[in-house]
Structure formats: C-alpha cells, structure tokens
Ligand binder design. Structure first.
Ligand SMILES: [Zn+2]
Length: 165
C-alpha cells in the first residue's frame, strides 16, 4: 500500500511518510507494522483481513487458538470476517510457517503462534493447551520409518485430567 501524503504543505523532510494506520498503531504500541512486515516476508499480500487477523493472533505473545476462538475474538474486536475466512487465513498462515497446527483429537485443531520445537499438555475439560519445552520430553525408540521417508517432527500431546475426575 502506498503511504498517503499528508495534506499539510509543511515540508518537513522525513525519511518516509507513515500511513494513518501505521501512525495510529505506532502511538498505541501495537505491532501493526510488524504484522505487515511479517506477511510481506513470507510472500503473503497484507490484505486488510490478513492484517487484522494477524494482529489479533500475534500481538499477544505465544497462544493456542482454534478457528472458532479467533472468530470470536474478531467479532468482539468488530473485525468483519466470516468463520470460513478465519479458517482460510489460519491455513494460509500455517502453510507459510507463521503458525503450527496442533491436532488434539479428530475434531479440534489448534493453531500455535509458537512455531519452535515444543510439545503440549492438553487439559481436558478446559480445552486448554500448555507448552512443554522440547527438552523436557525424551522420545524413546521410534519405529522404522517407511522407505524413502524421514521423521519430520514428533508431536507429543500429554492429556491431563483433574485428579479424581
Ligand atoms: Zn504450543
């Protein structure tokens, strides 16, 4: 997007002219421009929807979200997107490596903003994922892999339930 030129003719020479959006978020400390740079870096056009969903996703540190959870956050933030768009965007972000998918069971897929190597606790009843550092899980013997294949990654999900439940 081309930055808008200010209407004032006051020619203060600055290195570049920030867009209104950028200026606004720079003032509030939100990493709006980080999202734009991140999208550009992975070759995704920074459309408004990608920017807004990316901002919701990545401005709060490491998180695990389902499409439904992000859709609800978007609704609360008055971001006009459909659930289908949220799904598509999450899948696009995953394809380019901005997110990691964590499948907990057949019906639930979480999207993890932490793409580094790590494992998860899944807290049953709360539907919450909690990170386990990669180093605190030792993987024992793995089966012989198929001819022509190598292990890409081993995901461990340790399911927790309340004692006595
Ligand atoms: Zn995680």
């Amino acid at each position: 997007m081309q930055p808008r030129t200010p209407l004032t003719s006051n020619k203060v020479s600055t290195a570049f002219v920030e867009s209104d959006e950028l200026r606004q978020t720079t003032n509030t400390g939100c990493p709006w421009h980080d999202v734009r740079a991140m999208l550009r870096k992975v070759g995704l056009r920074p459309t408004r929807q990608r920017m807004e969903l990316g901002w919701l996703l990545f401005s709060k540190g490491d998180r695990h979200l389902t499409a439904e959870m992000l859709f609800e956050e978007a609704s609360n933030a008055r971001v006009p997107v459909s659930l289908a768009t949220v799904y598509n965007t999450l899948n696009q972000f995953t394809e380019v490596g901005l997110l990691r998918q964590v499948a907990v069971d057949g019906s639930k897929t979480y999207f993890d903003t932490n793409t580094s190597d790590h494992h998860h606790f899944f807290v049953e009843g709360q539907n919450a994922l909690v990170d386990i550092p990669s180093a605190s899980v030792t993987i024992g013997d793995l089966p012989q892999v198929l001819d022509g294949y190598e292990v890409a990654r081993v995901d461990v999900v340790v399911r927790l339930k309340r004692k006595g439940a």
